[in-house]
Design a protein around this ligand. Structure first.
Ligand code: PLP
Length: 438
């Protein structure tokens, strides 16, 4: 017991723990501490000036979170990562660090609904302009680029229709425009695709989904793949290339341009620091548990998803299945190139319409009520198989035109196939589809 821990009240907060003492735990422990003790005031001064690396305060950095960041960066072949509290925070902070007031982003029209809200509503409030293009219309991407454009943004695999992005083609337009290509890689994960191999510069994830994989913990992560040189055009990137008053010693490019990431340094020292969406140590621990089985899980998700899609494609009550692993998919050839290990387990299907929207809703409600294995949950990338009805749930605030553009009709259902025995999932869906007859 330490010297100072003599009285009960002092002992109950200090005894038995020495900061900085290694415990040799084989698994990264949960460093559930707001802040960290300095050896001396000189050390504190050096840490605050970023002259040396170390722990200060968990909003800025936490050792458990750091392990998660380094592990995701390694899986993406990136140079650095910033973990944050949710996927939504990852998208927002990555783009805020690139595009400022009066600047512009070109984004795919098929994005996750929360991202569409962020870009067309909140970013508009902040004077950041966004043009949305059909992600398969390569001419539209290049036509939308302006002198003020600072990023191109798309998902490598979209939700709910599992469209596969032509990453190479969009990356070429980003390169010509002199701006980074930012990819939301949530659905693909680095196991199914290394976005860097196809020209992406920055990757963001909702770790809430497949990376964590168990539906227990929100989280997000931004990875700098190290391919974009922010120092090449200092006037375009003043936030990175001009002197940065929060850190002594010049610009972030000068400070971190060698082996580190000026971009991730900006995300952390400005946006996470000021806006505060830090990942908790506990959630980082949970997400690390998930990462340890990512390849095994994605193999199962992918194989089971394709088996379920093939079953639905043959079912008489099903009019359409949008899964890039099926030869009937417009994205099948692209999936062979970009997803050689298989597609993800998120995809959509349509049941036959009666022509009457109210009757269709009742039939879909009956179908969902009959499910016993597949659960009605607004999430994807979970160990459990989940179903959602986009028109009344995730996409309910879109206009009819936006729904049509997103390829969603009132009879579209989204699936995220989990880790159960696929035969049980298929039997469950078969029994539920039988309720549509009669
Ligand atoms: C879920 C999701 C997000 C948002 O992530 P949260 O962790 O829910 O904040 C962003 N992008 C995609 C593709 C998603 O599926």
């Amino acid at each position: 017991m330490s010297e100072v821990a003599r009285s009960f009240a002092t002992a109950q907060v200090q005894a038995g723990y020495v900061p900085a003492q290694a415990e040799n735990t084989a698994v990264p422990p949960i460093h559930q501490s707001n802040a960290f003790e300095f050896a001396s005031l000189s050390e504190a001064r050096d840490l605050f000036a970023l002259r040396r690396e170390g722990n200060i305060y968990s909003r800025a950095a936490n050792p458990t979170v750091l392990v998660f960041e380094q592990r995701v960066a390694a899986l993406e072949d990136g140079i650095a990562a910033a973990a944050v509290a949710s996927g939504q925070a990852a998208v927002a902070l990555a783009l805020l660090a690139l595009a400022r007031q009066g600047e512009h982003i070109v984004a795919a029209r098929q994005l996750y609904g929360g991202t569409v809200d962020l870009l067309q509503d909140t970013f508009a409030d902040w004077g950041i302009e966004v043009d949305f293009v059909d992600q398969d219309d390569i001419a539209a991407w290049s036509a939308a680029v302006r002198p003020t454009t600072r990023a191109l943004f798309a998902e490598s695999i979209t939700n709910p229709n599992a469209q596969v992005l032509d990453v190479r083609a969009v990356a070429a337009i980003a390169r010509d425009a002199g701006v980074p290509l930012v990819i939301d890689h949530t659905v693909a994960t680095p196991y199914l695709q290394r976005a860097k191999d196809f020209g992406a510069d920055i990757v963001v994830h909702s770790a809430t989904k497949y990376l964590g994989g168990h539906g227990t913990s929100l989280g997000g992560v931004i990875v700098d793949l190290g391919t974009f040189d922010f120092g090449a055009d200092p006037e375009r990137w003043p936030q990175l290339a001009l002197p940065y008053r929060r850190v002594a010693g010049g610009s972030l490019v000068e400070r971190f341009g060698g082996t580190g990431s000026p971009f991730i340094a900006l995300v952390k020292t400005k946006y996470v620091h000021d806006l505060g969406p830090s990942l908790s140590a506990f959630n980082a621990f949970q997400l690390l548990q998930g990462l340890e089985t990512l390849d095994l899980r994605m193999q199962r998700h992918s194989a089971s998803g394709l088996a379920v899609a093939a079953f639905l494609a043959e079912h008489p009550a099903v009019t359409r299945v949008s899964h890039p692993g099926l030869a009937s998919s417009p994205w099948h050839e692209r999936a062979k190139e970009y997803l050689p290990r298989g597609a993800a387990s998120v995809f959509s299907f349509d049941v036959a319409s009666s022509g009457d929207p109210l009757a269709d809703f009742d039939r879909i409600e009956r179908l969902i009520a009959a499910l016993r294995v597949v659960r009605l949950v607004a999430n994807i990338g979970d160990a459990r198989s989940l179903i959602a009805h986009p028109a009344s749930m995730t996409h309910s605030h879109l206009t009819a035109e936006q729904l049509a553009e997103a390829g969603i009709s009132p009879t579209t259902l989204r699936l995220s196939i989990g880790l159960e025995d696929p035969a049980d999932v298929i039997a469950d869906l078969g029994a539920a589809l039988a309720t549509l007859e009669g």
